[in-house]
Design a protein around this ligand. Structure first.
Ligand code: AMP
Ligand code: FES
Ligand code: ZN
Length: 324
């Protein structure tokens, strides 16, 4: 099959959702156009922004960093070492190697040094790894950005991620989560930095193809803690739908983001009564600094500090038990 754009080279990737097929060079043009359109549509970034790109070592976030650099944004990478044996070291190596080749050094936060490595923390307080991990990552994304004077935090969530999350939120009618699901979350007072998802228009297959064709070396293994994640079930269901009705994902998500969508408006007004515990962007009340660390929160201390304190206490209790 020939590339449908240049009509000369052989197509390397077929995209039924766009009724198209591209050779590598034309695919790069297509992909960047999609990202640019995603940024433009919701005004995610401005030309002079200093962007903190959160990179996990996986395809999406390294591709995001690559594309933003090519587009001329001023970027730095942030890697959070979750303390997951083997997986964290391998991911970190990919991030550092990628950065090194481009004359950069990522900011690295080591959760083991912070006293809250994910597997141990989960064992101590008997919580799901993924939910602790989400809280801790969000905390450091914002803290590193605020301390480093960045204008915006960017993550590599793609269309498949956003659709899976939307489906999950709809299935459980999570009105407050629905209200906060957007590729653009504005900054707010007390040190909450703007958060954006510039890859919201491109699928997982497209980012994987972009990374592969560009020769970006990323970790292909999934986090070992995420094998039972419900998001994988939603992704599978959506893949089935997409297969028989190409283009369903983008219609689903774009329709949700549409300002005229009554569901969106209803969800937003629902969230206005409660706001979000920490990083809330809705709600009448403004967040104030956490009494322990200064991060923006609606409570006395932020969720991260409470988690960390709980882990510290349980760890102390356990070592006393072991000694006695
Ligand atoms: P996930 O929650 O694993 O699907 O990751 C979503 C996005 O969060 C990725 O595309 C990255 O931008 C960011 N991210 C995930 N894990 C890390 C990490 N360990 N360090 C920095 N950023 C991360
Ligand atoms: Fe968070 Fe695996 S537990 S990425
Ligand atoms: Zn705190």
């Amino acid at each position: 099959m020939k590339c449908k754009r240049c009509r000369k080279a052989a197509a390397a990737i077929e995209l039924p959702s766009h009724h198209s097929a591209f050779c590598p060079e034309c695919f790069f043009v297509f992909f960047k156009r999609q990202v640019r359109e995603g940024i433009r549509k919701h005004r995610l970034l401005s030309p002079g922004d200093r962007v903190l790109v959160c990179v996990s070592g996986g395809k999406d976030s390294l591709v995001l960093w690559d594309v933003l650099m090519e587009m001329g944004y001023e970027t730095e990478g942030l890697y959070i070492d979750l303390g997951i044996e083997g997986y964290s070291e391998r991911s970190r190596e990919k991030v550092e190697a990628y950065a090194r080749e481009r004359g950069k050094r990522p900011v690295v936060v080591e959760l083991a040094k912070e006293g809250i490595p994910i597997p141990e923390a989960a064992r101590c307080i008997r919580m799901q790894e993924c939910s602790i991990c989400g809280t801790v990552k969000r905390y450091f994304f914002n803290r590193v950005a605020a301390e480093g004077g960045f204008d915006v935090v960017a993550t590599g969530h793609n269309l498949d991620d956003e659709c899976a999350r939307l489906l999950g939120n709809l299935l459980h009618w999570q009105r407050d989560h629905l209200a906060r699901q957007h590729p653009y979350l504005p900054e707010s007072g007390a040190g909450l930095v703007r958060k954006v998802k510039p890859l919201w228009r491109v699928s997982e297959l497209e980012t994987a193809a972009y990374g592969f064709l560009k020769g970006i070396d990323y970790v292909t293994e999934e986090c070992p803690m995420s094998v039972h994640a419900t998001s994988l079930v939603y992704k599978e269901a959506l893949s089935l739908i997409e297969e028989s009705m190409p283009g369903s994902r983008i219609v689903f998500y774009q329709g949700f983001l549409d300002e005229g969508n009554p569901l969106r408006r209803a969800a937003e007004s629902g969230a206005a009564d409660g706001g979000e515990a920490d990083g809330g962007t809705e709600g009448g009340e403004a967040p104030h600094p956490c009494a322990a660390c200064g991060a923006p929160t609606y409570a006395e201390t932020c969720t991260y500090c409470r988690l960390k304190e709980l882990v510290r206490k349980r760890r102390e209790g356990r070592s006393k038990e072991a000694a006695g």
